[in-house]
Design a protein around this ligand. Structure first.
Ligand SMILES: NC(=O)C1=CN([C@@H]2O[C@H](COP(=O)(O)OP(=O)(O)OC[C@H]3O[C@@H](n4cnc5c(N)ncnc54)[C@H](OP(=O)(O)O)[C@@H]3O)[C@@H](O)[C@H]2O)C=CC1
Ligand SMILES: O=C1O[C@H](COP(=O)(O)O)[C@@H](O)[C@H](O)[C@H]1O
Length: 491
C-alpha cells in the first residue's frame, strides 16, 4: 500500500483516556511503522489536564511500551512517531478554551483535520459546537465517533442531531471496531468473490446460521458503565448486528460505502421484530454467577466491585433472529454473546441443508451436512466441513466428516494481522467511509433492540444464571435443541 499523499492533523479528544492510550496511539504507531503516515502528519492529543508536549509524549511512550510487542517497537520508528505528537489542554465544553488548539491547527490551515472523539458520547455535541464556533474546523474536516452512541434510539438521535448541526453525514465516521477486523472484512471477499458461496447463500441451501461472540473477560472494573448498558447495548446493538448484516446482505452493486450500507440497512429493516410472546421462545437473557475460568475461581457479576444488588443487567444474550425477506425466509440466525465464557471466540457458522435424497447408510444421515465456520478471532481463518469416503478396503462406502482449513496467519504473506483500529484509522485518513456505520444503520439497529429491551424493562425476573466459565444458561442450548439444532461447539 502506498503512503497517503495527503497529510492530516489528527486531533484526539480524550487523549489521556483508556481507548486513546491503549488503542489509538498504538494503532497510529503501527501505521507509522508500516510507512502509512505521511511525513507531515501531526497527532494532537487533547485533554483537560494542564501538561506540556514533552510529558504527554512521555506518557504515550510508556503506553506504547506496554501495548506494543517489544520486537515491534523499533527505536528509530518510535522516535519518528513521537516527533509527530503534540499536546493541547482544552476543556471540551468551553468554547474559549479551544483557542490554543486553533493556533496549532492554523499552522497548517489547508490540511485535512480529523477530530477523534474518544470521550463519552454525551459531550460529542458540545465538542462539535465548540470546534466550529472557535474556528478549529476547515472545509476538509471530519469527526470520528466512538460507540455507544446513546442508550436507545431516542438518545442516539439526540447525539446524532447535535453532531449533524455542524458536520454532514459524509464527514462523520461512526466506529464499530468489528468492521475494522480483517476477518470481518473478509466476509465480503468470501461471499462476493467466490461463485461457490455466492450461488448457495440463501434459504434454498442454508438451514441456519450461528453468530457467536464469546468473551472470557468479565466487567474488568467497568461496572458503572456496563450495568447501564448490558450485553445487548454493549455488543448486540452494534457488533453482532453488523456481523449479521454482512452475513445476510445482498450483494452491493460495488464496494462504495453507500452501496454496502444500503444493503446493510435493508437487512436491519427486514429483521422480524421480537414481540413479548417471542421473548420465551426466541430470547435468552443471562447473568454470570461465580465459577471457574482456566482453573481459577472468578466472582459472579453481582459480586464484582461496585455491584448494585437491584441490578437486572444481562451479561449474556442469545437470540433467534429472523429476516423477513426472500433470501432468508425460514432461516434462523442464532446470535449469542456473553462475558465470562470459557474462551474468547468470535465465529460465524453457516449450516448448509442436507442433500435432498440420501443414498448412503441411514445411520450416517446425521453427518450429511456441510458447515462453513468463519473464525473471526482468535486463530483467524475459515474451515469448511465436508464429507469424504472413509479410505480403506474394509470400509465400504462409509462417510467421514473432514475439514478443509485455511488459517489466515499461515496462509498470508504477512503473518501479523493488523488491529481493527489500525485499519479504521487508515480508512479515515484516506477518506473511505465503507467501514463506518451510517446514521440510518444505527437507528434501525436501535429500533430493533429497543423493542426487545422494552419487554425486559417490564420483566421483574432477573436474567437466568450461568456459571462463569460456561457457555451460558441451559435455556440457550434448549432454544436450539427445540429446532433440532445445537451450538457449533456442542457438535
Ligand atoms: N476503552 C475502550 O476499550 C473502548 C471505549 N469506547 C468508547 O470510547 C470513548 C472513550 O472511552 P475510554 O477511553 O474508555 O474512556 P475514559 O474515561 O478512559 O477516557 C475519556 C477521556 O475523556 C476525557 N473527558 C471527558 N469529559 C471531558 C471534558 N469535559 N473535558 C475534557 N476532557 C474530558 C476524560 O478526561 P479526564 O481523564 O480528565 O476525566 C478522559 O481522558 C467512550 O465513548 C467509550 O464508550 C468504545 C469501545 C472500546
Ligand atoms: O465494544 C466492545 O468490545 C469488546 C470486545 O471487543 P473484542 O475486539 O475484544 O472482541 C467488549 O469487551 C467491550 O465490552 C465492548 O464495549
Amino acid at each position: 500500500m502506498s503512503i497517503p499523499n495527503t497529510s492530516s492533523d489528527i486531533v484526539i479528544f480524550g487523549a489521556m483516556g483508556d481507548l486513546a492510550q491503549r488503542k489509538l496511539f498504538a494503532s497510529l504507531y503501527q501505521l507509522e511503522r508500516a510507512g502509512l503516515l505521511s511525513q507531515e502528519t501531526r497527532i494532537i492529543g487533547v485533554a483537560r489536564h494542564e501538561e506540556d508536549t514533552a510529558s504527554f509524549t512521555h506518557t504515550c511512550e510508556e503506553s506504547l511500551q506496554k501495548y506494543i510487542k517489544a520486537d515491534e517497537l523499533e527505536p528509530e520508528i518510535l522516535a519518528r512517531f513521537l516527533d509527530k505528537v503534540e499536546y493541547c489542554a482544552v476543556n471540551f465544553t468551553e468554547t474559549e478554551s479551544y483557542q490554543n488548539l486553533k493556533a496549532i491547527l492554523d499552522q497548517s490551515a489547508e490540511r485535512a483535520r480529523i477530530f477523534y472523539y474518544a470521550t463519552p458520547a454525551s459531550i460529542y455535541g458540545s465538542i462539535s459546537r465548540n470546534l466550529t464556533r472557535s474556528g478549529c474546523t476547515n472545509t476538509n474536516s471530519c469527526v470520528v465517533l466512538e460507540k455507544p452512541i446513546g442508550h436507545n434510539l431516542q438518545s442516539s438521535n439526540e447525539v446524532n442531531d447535535q453532531v449533524a448541526e455542524y458536520f454532514d453525514e459524509t464527514q462523520i465516521y461512526r466506529i464499530d471496531h468489528y468492521l475494522g477486523k480483517e476477518t470481518v472484512q473478509n466476509l465480503i471477499a468470501l461471499r462476493f468473490a467466490n461463485p461457490l458461496f455466492g450461488s448457495q447463500w440463501n434459504q434454498s441451501h442454508i438451514s441456519h446460521v450461528e453468530i457467536t461472540v464469546a468473551e472470557k473477560v468479565g466487567i474488568e472494573g467497568r461496572w458503572g458503565y456496563f450495568d447501564k448498558a448490558g450485553q445487548m447495548r454493549d455488543m448486540v446493538q452494534n457488533h453482532l448486528l453488523q456481523l449479521l448484516c454482512l452475513t445476510a446482505m445482498d450483494p452491493p452493486d460495488d464496494l462504495s460505502a453507500d452501496m454496502i450500507r444500503n444493503e446493510k440497512v435493508k437487512v436491519l429493516k427486514a429483521l422480524r421484530p421480537i414481540t413479548l410472546e417471542m421473548c420465551n421462545t426466541h430470547v435468552v437473557r443471562g447473568r454470570y454467577t461465580k465459577g471457574v475460568l482456566e482453573g481459577n475461581p472468578v466472582p459472579g457479576y453481582m459480586e464484582e466491585e461496585g455491584a448494585n444488588p437491584d441490578s437486572k443487567t444481562e451479561t449474556f444474550v442469545a437470540i433467534k433472529a429472523e429476516i423477513n425477506n426472500w433470501r432468508w425466509a425460514g432461516v434462523p440466525f442464532y446470535l449469542r454473546t456473553g462475558k465470562r465464557m470459557p474462551e474468547k471466540l468470535s465465529q460465524i457458522t453457516v449450516h448448509f441443508k442436507p442433500q435432498p435424497h440420501f443414498i448412503f447408510d441411514e445411520s450416517q444421515r446425521h453427518l450429511a451436512q456441510n458447515k462453513l465456520v468463519i473464525r473471526l478471532q482468535p486463530e483467524e481463518g475459515i474451515s469448511l466441513q465436508i464429507l469424504n469416503k472413509d479410505h480403506g478396503l474394509n470400509k465400504g462406502m462409509r462417510l467421514r466428516s473432514e475439514s478443509l482449513n485455511l488459517n489466515f496467519s499461515q496462509s498470508s504473506e504477512q503473518s501479523r494481522i493488523p488491529d481493527a483500529y489500525e485499519r479504521l484509522l487508515l480508512e479515515v485518513i484516506q477518506g473511505n467511509q465503507y467501514l463506518f456505520v451510517r446514521r440510518d444503520e444505527v437507528e434501525h439497529a436501535w429500533n430493533w433492540c429497543d423493542q426487545l429491551m422494552g419487554h425486559w424493562a417490564n420483566d421483574t425476573k432477573p436474567p437466568q444464571p450461568y456459571s462463569a466459565g460456561s457457555w451460558g444458561p441451559k435455556a440457550s442450548d434448549l432454544m436450539l435443541i427445540k429446532d433440532g439444532n445445537s451450538w457449533h461447539e456442542d457438535q
